[in-house]
Design a protein around this ligand. Structure first.
Ligand code: KIV
Length: 271
């Protein structure tokens, strides 16, 4: 039996219906055409062009340096690869916190220049005006609460958020606000599973977790972590489905060896 619905195109309405009937939503990050083709062919529901591209693709320590132009480049590569998945694009740090006009301008550039289907941004009440303005232009918005990596210098560490009542209460208020404003989904990152389960019951929009336990409406992982391409990142919430760093390193060693020994190319591998 298939574990995902054979739907031609995933829309925000499809995701909403999935939550209503209790079907879990699968989401992964993608930053380039070739990877996005594989993930879309496998049937992932949502592809997130995450600002984690700043870490994974560009090697920065945080997500802060990535620019709007970079995000548009990554997103347009992903959009060209996709037949089925909903493509959500992260608004980069600095493009929406200042004022709602900038937020809308950044969003319009993403939608026009990349062809993405929705945007994601981090935070709750602090970015309310930006969310409203983007939504009023007809662009679907995904919220992101809990550990919000663009605020890493405020938090100081990447440890679990909202363990204390005060932060948990604010998170619940923010989730309700995001729903009321009209966001189509919320990502909850690295918070206690019991709190995430509570939020998923509290709101009618899909809640997608990363390090937020299993009692939510879907899961997201950074693809390079899930495939074992990133080597030294081993948080408790991560399940690795391959050890690609090792496999690719071995393949590269074999190639180098074949070149050095003259084994490659052989008679059949030339004209
Ligand atoms: O940028 C990203 O990859 C993300 C996920 C961790 C949800 O925001």
């Amino acid at each position: 039996m298939s574990v995902h619905t054979p739907i031609k195109k995933i829309t925000t309405h499809v995701l909403h219906a999935m939550k209503q009937r209790g079907e879990k939503i699968s989401m992964l990050t993608a930053y380039d055409y070739s990877m996005a083709r594989i993930l879309d062919a496998a049937g992932v529901d949502v592809l997130l062009v995450g600002d984690s591209a700043s870490n994974v693709m560009a090697g920065h320590a945080t997500t802060l340096p990535i620019t709007l132009d970079h995000m548009i480049y990554h997103a347009s590569s992903v959009v060209r690869a996709v037949d089925r998945a909903l493509v959500v694009v992260d608004l980069p740090f600095g493009s929406y916190q200042g004022n709602s006009k900038n937020a809308l301008e950044a969003t319009i550039r993403i939608m026009k220049e990349s062809g993405g289907h929705a945007v994601k941004l981090e935070g709750g009440a602090e970015v309310k005006e930006s969310i409203s303005r983007i939504l009023s232009a007809g662009v679907p918005v995904m919220g992101h609460l809990g550990l919000i990596p663009q605020s890493i210098y405020k938090f100081g560490t990447y440890t679990v958020r909202a363990k204390e009542d005060e932060e948990a209460d604010k998170l619940k208020q923010d989730a309700l606000m995001l729903e009321e404003l009209g966001c189509f989904a919320i990502v909850l990152e690295k918070i206690p599973a019991s709190l995430a389960a509570e939020v998923a019951k509290l709101v009618s929009i899909p809640v997608i977790g990363i390090g937020a336990g299993g009692q939510v409406d879907g899961q997201v992982l950074v693809t390079h972590d899930m495939l074992g391409i990133t080597k030294d990142f081993q948080p408790r919430f991560l399940r690795r489905y391959l050890e690609l760093f090792q496999e690719m390193e071995n393949a590269t060693r074999n190639y180098i060896n074949d070149v050095k020994t003259g084994d490659f190319p052989n008679d059949k591998e030339q004209y």
